[in-house]
Design a protein around this ligand. Structure first.
Ligand code: NAI
Length: 333
């Protein structure tokens, strides 16, 4: 019998977990894993978290029995992977529950910007000029990262009749052959794309990949969409590019300061502490929300019923394999 703790759960998930992991000691919590609740789970052997539980080396120190972490997400930048490696704690992610889910949402954001959906929904909808948009057909999309999600974005872009530029460490031959994708360097992609969309993991190498220096290369009036991770883009660069008319629109499902916005009431009441730098990022997100040509969504590109069921099923399957002593394929470290 293993002690397994789940964090950031929704009510409907608990019943499914209980049914599938019978015979184990289960701690099923709605809260994220943080210092305040760590005492409840200090002898857990396996934990499963979502993206708002930040697994730092300090947190790991307080979980001496921990053998494995299963994050119910593709990205794992909320986990200190190096600290886990040093402690021999295995980390598993859910790599392919929703490539299509995120790609579809990316096009929702692109179309919303291109067809002025904010203006259409506002009372100004009868204003033909304010609500006049642009078409995707014939435009150039620059796809940064052509892994699982980026490849699906390429496929959808091709169906819309777009020209496709791409940037990735590992160009995919099948995308070149099937969808006429042209791989270029990042600078060329920024210069030539009408729409720039990000689909990379957040790593040391990709942190602020788009920044105050290279944003100046962007074609005047292009739009930027980020559904990957906030810190791929320096928020100050976006604000400056909007002010200077370099960017014609921005849609962010992820942004620096996401944590601050999610917890701002707790910050106001003194229950949560953030550094000045992090608070500044939260403020920048608030500033961005005031621009009429900016759309901000709260990290929900993954959020369909199909995808959340796939995430839970794959999480349970991963935990069952770990318990049987097998090696799940989705091991990060
Ligand atoms: P993937 O691993 O299949 O693809 C990532 C691609 O990025 C690969 O082709 C890789 O070669 C490329 N890459 C990595 N580092 C690079 C670098 N330094 N320079 C150039 N290319 C680089 O990942 P997938 O499934 O496509 O997901 C991408 C990201 O999307 C995830 O890491 C996650 O952060 C984010 N995501 C966001 C969601 C949301 O709800 N907003 C949901 C799911 C994923």
């Amino acid at each position: 019998m293993a002690k397994i703790a789940f964090f950031e759960l929704e009510g409907w998930e608990k019943e499914i977990i209980e049914k599938n992991l019978q015979g184990h000691e289960l701690i099923l919590l709605n809260e994220k894993l943080s210092d305040t609740i760590i005492d409840k789970v200090k002898d857990a052997e396996i934990i499963s978290v979502f993206i708002y539980s930040r697994i730092t080396s300090d947190i790991l120190e307080k979980l001496p029995s921990l053998k494995a972490i299963v994050t119910r997400s593709t990205g794992y930048d909320h986990i200190d992977i190096e600290a886990c490696r040093k402690k021999g704690i295995h980390v598993y992610n859910i790599p392919d529950y929703g490539s299509n889910t995120v790609a579809e949402f990316t096009f929702l954001l692109i179309l919303a910007l291109y067809r002025r959906f904010r203006e259409i929904l506002s009372s100004e909808w009868i204003d033909a000029i304010r609500t006049r948009g642009y078409e995707l057909q014939g435009k150039t999309i620059g796809v940064i990262g052509t892994g699982r999600i980026g490849s699906r974005v390429v496929k959808l872009a091709h169906a819309f009749g777009m020209k496709i530029l791409a940037y990735d460490l590992y160009p995919r031959k099948e995308l070149i052959e099937k969808y006429n994708v042209k791989y270029v360097d990042l600078e060329t992609l920024l210069r030539e794309s009408d729409i720039i969309t990000l689909h990379l993991p957040l790593t040391k190498e990709t942190y602020h990949l788009i920044n105050r220096q290279n944003i100046k290369l962007v074609k005047k009036g292009a739009i930027l969409v980020n559904t990957a991770r906030g810190a791929l883009v320096e928020t100050e660069a976006i604000i400056e590019a909007l002010d200077k008319g370099i960017l014609g629109g921005v849609a962010l499902d992820v942004f620096e300061g996401e944590h601050v916005l999610k917890e701002e009431i707790d910050i106001v009441y003194g229950k949560k502490q953030y550094s000045i730098e992090e608070l500044k990022k939260g403020l920048e997100a608030h500033i961005l929300m005031k621009y009429p040509n900016v759309i901000i969504t709260p990290h929900i590109a993954y959020n369909t019923w199909e995808a959340v069921h796939r995430i839970l099923d794959q999480t349970i399957e991963t935990i069952k394999q770990i318990l049987k002593g097998q090696q799940p394929k989705n091991k990060v470290v």
